[in-house]
Design a protein around this ligand. Structure first.
Ligand SMILES: Cc1cc2nc3c(=O)[nH]c(=O)nc-3n(C[C@H](O)[C@H](O)[C@H](O)COP(=O)(O)OP(=O)(O)OC[C@H]3O[C@@H](n4cnc5c(N)ncnc54)[C@H](O)[C@@H]3O)c2cc1C
Length: 193
């Protein structure tokens, strides 16, 4: 049996008797095209916000990587949003991964697979589905996912540094709106697009 039923996996709850750890994000689509891609990091908030062009629309979002669910006011103020357009959703944290228990296999969000700093899970959902389809035995499935899980653990350590209060306060004070930093971020964004 395979649990592919997302963050609130009933199957996972059934075998573990608890819900997995979760983070929270909000998203809104607005009728605006040709917007620039923007990523916002805010000093007082442990996560990031995004503005992504999407055909005739633009996707706006905000996510907290420490499970804070009180993001709505922040989101509305940041993007001057209309409250009705906003939808919320939960996502895994990356520190609560479960690939198999009692003969039940888990993939994607149900397995708790995610990139812990960015909250990207589509790659992991596809990869885990593929690996399980090719290796439907616990040892082999875990072995094939080992590299990703090791990387996730390393990223979780980095996350503590990225969202360290003292370091963030220092960086924001020194480099907020810095032309050099913006240039570096733009170069990075161009490289990954
Ligand atoms: C706001 C937001 C933005 C995101 N942006 C990105 C992004 O840009 N890039 C990225 O890589 N990831 C992103 N993610 C994460 C990504 O959406 C998930 O990691 C990914 O969708 C996980 O896929 P999944 O198939 O495991 O789970 P899901 O997509 O949640 O699919 C689970 C499916 O199971 C169904 N289901 C649940 N319970 C049952 C049941 N009892 N019976 C039958 N069916 C059931 C659900 O209806 C659903 O269709 C984002 C997440 C959020 C919340």
């Amino acid at each position: 049996m395979v649990g592919a039923d997302g963050i609130f996996s009933q199957l996972r709850k059934e075998v573990t008797k608890r819900q997995q750890n979760k983070n929270f994000a909000l998203e809104a689509y607005i009728d605006k095209k040709d917007t620039p891609l923007q990523i916002h990091f805010l000093n007082h908030f442990k996560g990031y916000a995004w503005m992504i062009p999407n055909g005739k629309n633009t996707i706006l979002g905000i996510g907290d990587v420490y499970g804070n669910v009180h993001l709505k006011d922040e989101f509305i103020t940041l993007f001057h949003l209309n409250e009705e357009k906003i939808k919320g959703a939960f996502l895994p944290t990356g520190d609560d991964i479960l690939l198999e228990r009692s003969g039940v296999y888990f993939i994607g969000d149900a397995a708790g697979l995610i990139a812990p700093i960015t909250g990207e899970g589509i790659y992991y959902a596809l990869l885990s589905a593929y690996q399980l389809s090719k290796n439907s035995n616990t040892m082999l499935y875990q072995k094939k996912m080992k590299k990703e899980i090791r990387t996730t653990k390393k990223i979780l350590k980095t996350k503590k540094l990225v969202y360290n209060d003292t370091l963030r306060a220092f960086l924001f004070k020194k480099y907020n709106q810095s032309k050099v930093i913006n240039k570096c971020i733009n170069a990075f964004v161009q490289k990954i697009l």
